[in-house]
Ligand binder design. Structure first.
Ligand code: 5GP
Length: 253
């Protein structure tokens, strides 16, 4: 492989300079982290599954006219993306109580929320990505009022798409996190969905059994993470035939 210039290395992905100006190559690692990287592991096959699942969701959003940074998947581990300026906020959408919302408000996990709730967290590992209000966002100029309006619209459109697609394969989207990027076109800029959409950043529950098919499997030691992610990919019809180790035994005739 030709040597490429590393642009940024995060907990689950690496960004390299892309082939054209304004593009990057996003490499999905097998590293899994939780609780602000206090729990860590390397899980064979996770990167390939997230690459393929994020491709599936981003392509679907692009097709529906919800702009994303995704251009095309290059191979099992990498995708070509547009270079964006990341807005320093995590946008969380919740349909059912879980995680930090359940804890903060004393709600039982799985309680249906009266309507989808959009939250913003400041992207700051040292502070543990604290929840912030619109007032903080505007006062500290992390985003403008127009950006906030656009982020709400994007968040709801992603939620409708994800919830609908997953409902079709028997999976409930309890909540998810997205990141937003700014793309410049001359004097103008607009916001797009960036980073990844995968079981690493969503809570996905089987509609019938409630089985968890997301990173909570790793966070709570509930079994094989790749089996859970592979099940999501299988139901969506994008499970790669090679290169993803699945732990379940298969029958040999
Ligand atoms: P919570 O605030 O309950 O921990 O997370 C809400 C949702 O956002 C969950 O689906 C969770 O996976 C996702 N999420 C929150 N923070 C992060 C993060 O820093 N990284 C990733 N990958 N997902 C996150």
């Amino acid at each position: 492989m030709a040597r490429r210039k590393l642009v940024y290395e995060g907990k689950a992905k690496i960004l390299y300079e892309g082939p054209e100006p304004g593009t990057l190559v996003q490499y999905f690692k097998d590293d899994a982290t939780a609780f602000n990287a206090e729990k860590k592991d390397v899980i064979d096959g996770k990167g390939a599954l997230n690459n393929i699942l994020s491709e599936f969701f981003m392509k679907g959003l692009n097709t529906l006219g919800v702009p994303t940074h995704f251009i095309k998947r290059l191979n099992m581990r990498e995708q070509l993306i547009r270079e964006v300026e990341i807005v320093p906020l995590e946008v969380i959408v919740r349909n059912y109580a879980a995680g930090t919302l359940a804890k903060r408000l004393g709600l039982e996990e799985g309680t249906a929320l009266p309507r989808p709730i959009v939250e913003f967290c400041l992207k700051d590992d040292a502070l543990g990505d604290p929840l912030v209000a619109e007032e903080h966002i505007l006062a500290f100029n992390w985003a403008s009022q127009q950006d906030l309006d656009d982020m709400f619209v994007l968040a709801h459109r992603v939620n409708d798409f994800l919830s609908g697609v997953m409902y079709g394969v028997g999976i409930r989207v309890a909540d998810f996190k997205i990141e937003i990027g700014r793309v410049y076109d001359g004097d103008f800029s607009h916001l797009v969905i960036a980073d990844e959409i995968s079981p690493d950043s969503c809570r996905l529950w089987d509609l019938k059994t409630g089985e968890k098919l997301d990173k909570d499997v790793f966070r709570r030691n509930l079994g094989s993470l790749t089996d859970a992610y592979a099940e999501v990919a299988r139901r969506l019809g994008v499970l790669p035939k090679i290169a993803v180790p699945i732990s379940k035994p298969t029958l040999i005739n």
